[in-house]
Design a protein around this ligand. Sequence first.
Ligand code: XMP
Ligand code: MG
Length: 183
Amino acid sequence: MDDVHIPDDLTTVLYSKDQVQQRVVELGAQIDADYAGRDILLVGVLNGAVMVMADLSRALSSHCEMDWMAISSYGSGTQSSGVVRILKDLNTDIAGRHVLVVEDIIDTGLTLSYLISNLLSRDPASLKIMTMFRKPEALANKVDVDYVGFDIPNEFVVGYGLDYDGRYRNLTSVGTLAPHVYS
Ligand code: XMP
Ligand code: MG
């Protein structure tokens, strides 16, 4: 089904539903090959990663479990401060597990670097990072990411789990918001 809100609220569709779905399947195949039959513990970061977690997990033929963390980064509006608070921790003990963090988007990478050091302190057998979208600053800061869906321009995007003020997460495609939505 098409996204009914698209014509009005998005100025540009960066990636269509089909492009997003195809990329997730490609990443799934790559991850399957890399993990070579090992069980994977997927750790999704709420709320944004819900869509990619659902699709990636079903694109894998590896055995996987899913767990979730909710974190909030202190700081105003759309700027992340790097000071992070855990709102919901994992239910799983990750010691000795092969952990793959599933993220919706990495911007500065500050949230991710906190998450990585926090998870590493719990002694996983391995820790890798997958993000569906990555912005230029993360690329410039050489933030260590193992699997990237798409590198996108430095613009605020919504859809496929990404929100503006809680809305648009349910769009199946990803795009930039029209100015009238902000005002
Ligand atoms: P950092 O800078 O710590 O930030 O990598 C990552 C978090 O910032 C949010 N973010 C966005 N959310 N559209 C969104 O809906 C965007 O374009 C966007 N850029 C950053 C998001 O919560 C992400 O986890
Ligand atoms: Mg997020």
